[in-house]
Ligand binder design. Structure first.
Ligand code: FES
Length: 234
């Protein structure tokens, strides 16, 4: 079948402003949007810029807005789009570096700020045991691949650029609820902030778009509850 693509193009070093470019590509229904992009780049327009690496929903590189919804181009199939035209745009919220590539620095800094690693005084060659129930608390969130689809989709990010964002809160949750971590109080204090967990007002867009099925909003709400139970009981 022949597909029509409308793709956002913008090279800030050359172009006066963004513009749309149209392409036609032949593709099978079970092929991925990423396959179509590759075909456009390899066969029609080598100047088109986008990120990819694994091609299989593991690295999180190819997050973009596809027909208005953020997702991974390697996970979306041609047959998912029964429409005359497929519109590809860079992830919103972030600054565009070129075409479908955005600047991820602020996003990664936000995750780095919540110390996305285990803090424990445990030393030695023995592992720290966890019960099945303890492990279950973080089972879903460890699937995060930092694609930024959640943060880019969050309506709060559009009016509050100080908000740490859903992805950083997922990473905060990942260690707050890890039974082996010893910095829970400090972690909770950090996200107990108007621009931390409290900025989330339950739009659920993050949860809807997460390509790994992480219950992002639920994890933020559980963090808020723990903040209340720990610091604001009265
Ligand atoms: S290319 Fe790695 S997640 Fe899509």
């Amino acid at each position: 079948m022949e597909l029509h693509f409308k793709i956002y193009r913008y090279d800030p070093q050359v172009d006066k402003g963004p513009y749309w470019k149209h392409y036609k590509v032949a593709a099978e229904p079970e092929e991925r949007i990423l396959d179509c992009l590759n075909r456009i780049k390899w066969e029609q327009d080598g100047t088109l810029a986008y990120r990819l690496s694994c091609g299989h929903g593991v690295c999180g590189s190819d997050g973009m807005r596809i027909n208005g919804t953020c997702g991974l181009a390697c996970q979306k199939l041609v047959q998912d789009y029964q429409c005359p035209e497929i519109v590809l745009e860079p992830l919103p919220v972030f600054k565009v570096r070129k075409d479908l590539i955005v600047d991820m620095d602020s996003f990664l800094e936000g995750i780095h700020a919540v110390k996305p690693y285990l803090i424990s005084s445990h030393r030695g060659d023995k592992e720290i045991p966890q019960t099945v129930e303890e492990r279950k608390k973080v089972d879903a969130v460890i699937r995060c691949i930092m694609c930024a689809c959640c943060t880019a989709s969050c309506p709060v990010m559009h009016y509050n650029n100080k908000y740490i964002g859903p992805a950083a809160l997922v990473w905060a949750y990942r260690y707050i609820f890890d039974s082996r971590d010893e910095h829970v109080a400090e972690r909770l204090r950090q996200v107990d902030d108007p621009n931390g967990a409290h900025a989330c007002v339950n739009h659920f867009e993050c949860t809807r778009v997460c390509p790994k099925g992480i219950p992002v909003t639920k994890s933020i709400n559980l963090t808020k509850k723990l903040i209340r139970d720990t610091f604001h009981k009265d």
